[in-house]
Write a protein that binds this ligand. Structure first.
Ligand code: 1OR
Length: 366
């Protein structure tokens, strides 16, 4: 089994992909003094939700410190609207204590009259359907938080209006951070990640075909993955490969099974079913030593890419790829982003697929 280490699992929050000039980025955030007792309570409130608070959990320790420094305590009485649906986002909240309900003012399907043929009538004609649990109220409770959780992030991140109303059902204590501090810390983290990938991609020859804006978008779509020496990243013959890789650091070898060595081990067969990525790339250095049962094709290092052939051809992976240095840092680009963003590069990649095939024939592997 390969020991893949995925640095960034789970759903990505798309914060913004607008390109930003580093010199114009405001990273300032409020600093609100706290007693050590307050600090302790804040730490506890955040610790309870950190694994779910994805945007926060992937910040650096310094940035986490900045978020906490900007937070302030807010005691709330019961029956108070902390957030009102439709208003502008001002604060993000982490719950220390109290019960809060989330309601959405919506067009209740039960309040829409339904004609004899099932066609919908006008909103507000107000025919109650009589179904169990249906109160035909315009406010629907969609969520409840009990003494832990967080809310108010959506409007701040996406610049939208508040998606729901959040009301305290008991008195409680919240920790709030203002919109600008929240955005400055979180966004500067996102932008730093994209800038560092963008700088790396500029040195990748293939990227010369793309505009600055396009490179930025590719950088935004990359996800880090790390492998250790000996890990097989891609298996020859694997079908349905759905991503390609750029090498940020380290070396990988590309190899094929020799024609007589067509039997796959159990381990490999299992991985064939699991792994989802493929082969091929730009040669950047020497041809590696052959191992028994393998024909070594090439060694790839920083700036090279592989795995694009199966994305272009939609066929099985042409070769295997293994981590050769102690650790290999890769940036993964998924098929969807590949198809959306690398249009201008696809001709070159398609030509490469032909080249790979010829090279394989020349080396006696088919
Ligand atoms: P906000 O900034 O839009 C209202 O302000 C907050 O309520 C929102 O961020 C979320 O943090 C929180 N739909 C929308 N907002 C929700 C929901 C929700 N639950 C909590 N909030 N739900 C979808 C209902 C169709 C419920 C999801 C379980």
């Amino acid at each position: 089994m390969t020991r893949k280490m995925v640095a960034n699992q789970g759903r990505r929050f798309s914060v913004s992909v607008e390109r930003v000039d580093p010199s114009t980025l405001d990273t300032s955030a409020a600093v609100v003094p706290k007693t050590s007792e307050q600090q302790k309570r804040l730490d506890q409130a955040i610790a309870k939700v950190e694994s779910r608070l994805f945007l926060y959990s992937r910040l650096s320790p310094t940035q986490k410190g900045d978020v906490k420094a900007a937070m302030f305590e807010q005691r709330v009485p019961r029956n108070t609207d902390i957030i009102t649906q439709g208003s502008q986002g001002d604060y993000f909240y982490v719950i220390e204590s109290g019960i809060y309900e989330v309601t959405i003012e919506s067009i209740d399907p039960c309040a829409i009259s339904v004609g004899p043929g099932g066609e919908k009538g006008t909103v507000g004609s107000g025919v109650a359907c009589g179904a169990a649990g249906c109160d035909s109220s315009e406010f629907k409770k969609v969520n409840e938080y009990q003494h832990e959780g967080f809310f108010g992030e959506l409007a701040l991140l996406h610049g939208d209006k508040r998606a729901a109303t959040v009301t305290s059902l008991t008195e409680g204590t919240l920790w709030a951070i203002d919109r600008d501090s929240f955005r400055n810390i979180i966004l500067s983290h996102e932008f730093r990640r994209i800038w560092s990938y963008e700088a790396f991609l500029r040195d990748v020859p293939l990227m010369k075909l793309l505009s600055e804006e396009e490179i930025w978008r590719v950088a935004d779509a990359l996800q880090p993955e790390m492998y250790l020496k000996g890990d097989v990243i891609i298996y020859q013959g694997q079908k349905g490969g759905n991503c390609m890789y750029f090498i940020e650091d380290g070396q990988v070898s590309v190899y094929c099974r020799t024609p007589t060595n067509t039997v796959t081990s159990n381990d490999e067969e299992q991985a064939l079913g699991e792994a989802n990525c493929g082969i091929e790339g730009e040669s950047t250095s020497s041809t590696p030593e052959n191992r028994p049962g393998e024909v070594a094709l090439k060694i790839l290092s920083r700036g090279a890419y592989f795995g694009e052939a199966a994305l272009v051809s939609r066929e099985a992976r042409l070769a295997s790829v293994r981590a050769e240095s102690d650790s290999v840092q890769l940036c993964r680009l998924d098929r969807q982003a590949f198809e959306r963003l690398l249009g201008p590069c696809q001709n070159i990649m398609a030509r490469n697929v032909e080249k790979y095939r010829e090279e394989r024939k020349r080396m006696g592997v088919h």
